[in-house]
Write a protein that binds this ligand. Structure first.
Ligand code: SF4
Length: 246
């Protein structure tokens, strides 16, 4: 694939995210409120949602990553999803997540005996959970809006939630999803201009080579988008260390 086409991937992703943001802002709020009231979720403190085995990684917004970096730097690590890889073998990721403990299910760093140690300050994604509003494929690959994560797999259902309360939840969900999309858009725009300035491009073959090196425990560089620039990290798949900026 030519360099121009490789970097078109960035532009395509950017357009997709912009379209998704437009659609999100048009989603009828009352429909989400009705779904929240209908589901009537309540937490039964099983703590499954705080594990990577059940839920993947916790997505942090920039301000949340900043307070965690100040308060407990060891808790922070790059999102474990590599978006791009340049011809020099550096991966690019959109931001930060919370590190996991070395246990079977990959429990959140802040989980202690099935309780959150930072409950009062927990990230927004944990506050709105299990509600969400984004488009993703189901088991048969059909892409549609999803509003509830892990439906019927944890917690309790059909409790009473007042319309006022459900409206507050729905507003928080939409505000969070909008902030996530805006962060992703900023990441894609910055990566595209960074590539143009430095003569870099996404190279699929190099991406696959670096994934194989990681599987062998060989360290690879990672650029993590945060606060409008890249932080430089290195990972060997198990240990991830921060090296500096750019
Ligand atoms: S920050 Fe707290 S609520 Fe969020 S995943 Fe970690 S332990 Fe769970």
């Amino acid at each position: 694939m030519s360099p121009a086409l490789q970097n078109d991937l960035l532009t395509r992703r950017l357009r997709e995210r912009e379209r998704e943001k437009e659609a999100l802002l048009k989603f009828p709020m009352e429909e989400l409120v009705d779904i929240i009231m209908d589901v009537g979720f309540s937490c039964d403190l099983c703590a499954r949602c705080c594990t990577r085995a059940f839920n993947g990684h916790v997505l942090l917004l920039d301000d949340e990553a900043a307070w965690i970096a100040d308060w407990d730097p060891a808790a922070l690590e790059p999102v474990p999803v590599f978006d791009f890889c340049d011809q020099e073998g550096t991966f690019y990721v959109s931001g930060y997540t919370i590190r996991t403990l070395q246990d079977r299910d990959g429990s959140c760093w802040f989980l202690d005996r099935e309780r959150c140690r930072v409950y009062e300050f927990r990230p927004r994604v944990c506050r709105i959970y299990p509600y969400m509003l984004h488009r993703e494929p189901d088991e048969s690959g059909i892409v549609d809006w999803r509003q509830i994560s892990g439906l019927n797999q944890h917690g309790q259902y059909h409790g009473e939630i007042s319309r006022d309360n459900a409206t507050l939840i729905a507003r928080d969900v939409i505000a969070f999803e909008k902030a996530v999309l805006e962060h992703e858009i900023a990441f894609l725009e910055y990566t595209r201009s960074f590539f143009a300035r430095k003569g870099l491009r996404h190279v699929r073959k190099m991406y696959d080579t670096q994934i194989r090196r990681l599987a062998q425990g060989i360290s690879v560089p990672v650029r993590v988008y945060s606060h409008g620039t890249f932080d430089q990290w290195v990972t060997d798949g198990k240990v991830t260390r921060r090296m500096g900026v750019k």
